[in-house]
Design a protein. Structure first.
Length: 150
């Protein structure tokens, strides 16, 4: 007799509370194909999520917030990560060296796209930080001038 292992499942409200988003956000991410629950669910059935779904949603929200991604950018980043996960699975199946070369060659442009997105966001943040530093110096100069008059 083989032991039956059951994965814990969570309802949409539980997931929303854990991740810190609304249930509408989760539904919308499903509609966009960012989260898989829709395809597996029978019409009218409750949405049930596994720990892997929660982890994926947490990562998507982290990337969205950290990088300030638009939904299109988030979708592109998630799709690239999904392809990379498939490539990692291929690698784990102990392929031959020529097959490994193909996997690596396929992964490189995916990581390059992700890195370009991150670098673009970094540049925008550096520019914004520069603007704030200029404003701060100006305000500090005004403060010194006003303090000197008192």
């Amino acid at each position: 007799m083989t032991p039956v292992t059951q994965q814990a499942t969570f309802r949409i409200g539980e997931v929303a509370e854990r991740v810190g988003v609304t249930t509408r956000t989760i539904r919308y991410y499903e509609e966009l194909g960012l989260l898989g629950g829709e395809a597996k669910r029978a019409k009218g059935a409750h949405r049930l999520y596994h720990e892997a779904d929660v982890a994926r949603l947490q990562e998507l929200i982290r990337l969205r917030n950290l990088l300030g991604l638009s939904l299109d950018e988030l979708i592109a980043l998630a799709e690239a990560e999904d392809v990379r996960a498939g490539l990692r699975d291929q690698w784990a199946n102990d392929p031959s060296d020529p097959e490994r070369l193909k996997i690596v060659e396929a992964a490189i442009p995916l990581v390059e796209r992700q890195l370009d997105l991150v670098r673009t966001r970094q540049e925008k943040l550096v520019d914004f930080a520069g603007e704030l530093e200029t404003r701060l110096r100006s305000l500090q100069k005004r403060k010194r001038a006003l303090t000197a008059k008192s």
